[in-house]
Write a protein that binds this ligand. Structure first.
Ligand SMILES: [Zn+2]
Length: 57
């Protein structure tokens, strides 16, 4: 079954991981540049939404 929220959450996670692999200042747990901050914020927002939904169902 298609799960749009999960797909977006995983895509955001991948994008964030790819950024930390390239970026010299960001680490996986801590964004340190403007791009990284934005990507990390998106990832954590989707993660929260996904986990909240899991808890409710
Ligand atoms: Zn960065």
């Amino acid at each position: 079954m298609a799960d749009d929220l999960y797909t977006r959450y995983m895509a955001a996670y991948r994008t964030w991981c790819e950024h930390t692999a390239r970026c010299t200042t960001c680490t996986t747990g801590q964004p340190a540049c403007p791009d990284g901050t934005q990507l990390h914020e998106r990832f954590t927002r989707l993660q929260d939404a996904y986990l909240n939904r899991q808890r409710k169902s």
